[in-house]
Design a protein. Structure first.
Length: 110
């Protein structure tokens, strides 16, 4: 079953309590494609569900685990243009997948 069909938004995905960020996060919803870099120049593609965004990062749900430090690019409809790009800052298991925090290098043009 695709991750988009498994994912059910709920209040438990609100930003983490005791937030230390200087940039506020906003809730976000929608499916994107993530390209995760792997060793030796290989990579993986997977569908993800957005949870939140800020000026500095993106939170999303993925069926795949991603190690901290993994480079990730998020794409909307056009696979040639990344919407977000950054590195994994955290990856926490949750029912049906992983909650991933991406520290963005820069927000790309949509």
């Amino acid at each position: 079953m695709p991750i988009a069909e498994q994912y059910q938004p709920d209040d438990s995905l609100d930003p983490i309590p005791l937030e230390r960020r200087s940039c506020p996060r906003e809730k976000a919803r929608g499916a994107l494609t993530a390209a995760l870099a792997a060793d030796a120049g290989t990579g993986m593609l997977t569908r993800i569900e957005l949870v939140d965004v800020s000026d500095m990062g993106v939170g999303f749900i993925s069926a795949l685990r991603a190690s901290v430090g993994t480079c990730v690019e998020l794409y909307a409809n056009d696979p040639r243009t990344a919407v977000y790009a950054g590195v994994v800052a955290r990856c926490e298991p949750m029912p049906g997948g992983y909650r991933i925090g991406l520290r963005c290098r820069a927000r790309m043009a949509a």
